[in-house]
Write a protein that binds this ligand. Structure first.
Ligand code: TXA
Ligand code: MG
Length: 321
C-alpha cells in the first residue's frame, strides 16, 4: 500500500520524515520533477530505490540537502567555485558533482568517487530536509528509462505499491530535471543540460564552462534512450506536424494548428512559446498523450537556441529508439 500524503499538512510532512528515518522510500516533490527519496545515510534504504525503479546499480544518484553547511559532510573539499555556485543558485535546479567524502556508501554514487548534490527549491521538501536533518538520495520517481513525473498522480500511476508514500506538493513549477555540472576537473563541465544554461553559469563565474555538445561524457545513467513515453515519439518540422497522418496521433504543437478537426489527431496540444512555461508543461503533456492509446506522439521541433537545450536534449532522447 502506498500512502498519499499532503505536503500542506504538518502531520503528513512529519509522517514522511518518520518513514524516511525508518528506511522507507517516499516520493517527494521538487521544483524540477518528483524524486524517489531514501535516507542517503542508510545504504539499505538507498538500495531500495534501485529495486523499485529497476535501475542498474552503476547509475549514480543525486543527494538532496537542506543546508549549504551540509556540503562539507558529504564531499572531501568544497572548492571556491562550488561555494560560489551553491550560494548563488541554491536552492534551485543546479546539481554539483564533487569528490565524495570517504564515508559515503558507494551504492549512492554507483561506485564512483564523485557525488552529485543539490538543494531543491520546493518549500515542503526543504522543510522536510531541514526539520528532519535529513539528506535524501533521489532519482526521478519513475521506472527506469520512463518519463519523469511532475505531479503526485503521475508518481502514483507508475510507482504505486513500490514505495511507502507519495508526498503531494502539487505540480512541479520547473518541470524538467536539474542542470548537472561537474566540478572535479579544471574547467566546469555541464553533464546534463537543464534549466540553468552553460552560458548562464559561465557569465556568473566569469570563466568558461563546457557545454554538453563540446564533450561526450559516458556517465552511467546519462543514456541516449531515456525519458521515453511508452508511445513512439517523433520529432516533426512545423510543416510535417500539420499533415493528417491517417492514424491516431497525439501532437504537441508550437505553431497554431491549421486543421484542428483532422480525424487523425487524437489530441492537439498547443504548447507555450515561452521556454519555462513549455518546460513546465512538457512531461505532463507527454504523460497525457501517452495515456490516449494513440499510435504515435508527434512533437513539433523546439527552437535551437541555448535556453531550449534541455528541452532539445530530453525530446531527442525520448525520440530515440
Ligand atoms: O532535477 C533533478 O535532478 C531530479 C530531481 C529529483 O532532483 N533528479 C534526477 O535524478 O533527475 P536522476 O537520477 O533521474 O538523474 C540523475 C543524473 C543521472 O543521469 C546520473 O548519471 C547523474 O545524475 N549523476 C549522478 N551522480 C553523478 C556523478 N557522481 N557523476 C556524474 N553524473 C552523475
Ligand atoms: Mg531520471
Amino acid at each position: 500500500m502506498t500512502l498519499l500524503l499532503d505536503a500542506k499538512r504538518d502531520s503528513d510532512l512529519q509522517h514522511a520524515i518518520s518513514l524516511l528515518r525508518a528506511g522507507e522510500l517516499v516520493a517527494v516533490p521538487t521544483e524540477t520533477v518528483y524524486g524517489l527519496a531514501a535516507d542517503a545515510r542508510q545504504p539499505a534504504a538507498v538500495s531500495g530505490i534501485f529495486a523499485a525503479k529497476q535501475r542498474p546499480a552503476n547509475h549514480p544518484l543525486i543527494v538532496h540537502l537542506g543546508h549549504i553547511a551540509q556540503l562539507e559532510e558529504w564531499v572531501t573539499q568544497v572548492p571556491d567555485v562550488a561555494l560560489a555556485l551553491a550560494n548563488h543558485f541554491w536552492p534551485g535546479p543546479l546539481t554539483l558533482v564533487l569528490p565524495k567524502a570517504t564515508w559515503v556508501d558507494p551504492i549512492v554514487t554507483g561506485g564512483r568517487d564523485t557525488l552529485a548534490l543539490r538543494i531543491p527549491a520546493h518549500p515542503a521538501l526543504r522543510e522536510l530536509l531541514q526539520r528532519g536533518n535529513l539528506a535524501v538520495a533521489a532519482p526521478s520517481a519513475n521506472p527506469h528509462k520512463g518519463l519523469s513525473p511532475t505531479s503526485a498522480a503521475q508518481v502514483m500511476a507508475c510507482m504505486q505499491g513500490k514505495l511507502a508514500a507519495v508526498l503531494d506538493g502539487g505540480d512541479c513549477t520547473v518541470g524538467i530535471e536539474s542542470t548537472i555540472v561537474d566540478l572535479t576537473s579544471a574547467e566546469p563541465r555541464v553533464l546534463r543540460a537543464g534549466p540553468i544554461t552553460a552560458s548562464t553559469l559561465a557569465d556568473f563565474l566569469g570563466s568558461p564552462v563546457h557545454h554538453p555538445q563540446q564533450h561526450n561524457v559516458a556517465v552511467p545513467g546519462n543514456m541516449q534512450v531515456h525519458y521515453r513515453p511508452r508511445t513512439r515519439l517523433k520529432l516533426k518540422t512545423s510543416a510535417e506536424v500539420q499533415l493528417d497522418p491517417g492514424y491516431r496521433v497525439a501532437r504537441l504543437l508550437l505553431s497554431e494548428p491549421q486543421d484542428p478537426v483532422s480525424v487523425g489527431f487524437a489530441l492537439t496540444r498547443l504548447m507555450p512559446q515561452d521556454k519555462p512555461a513549455y518546460a513546465r508543461l512538457l512531461y505532463r503533456a507527454l504523460h497525457e498523450a501517452d495515456q490516449l492509446g494513440a499510435k504515435e506522439i508527434w512533437v513539433e521541433l523546439p527552437p535551437t537556441s541555448e535556453d531550449w537545450a534541455d528541452v532539445q536534449d530530453r525530446l531527442g532522447r525520448a525520440a530515440s529508439s
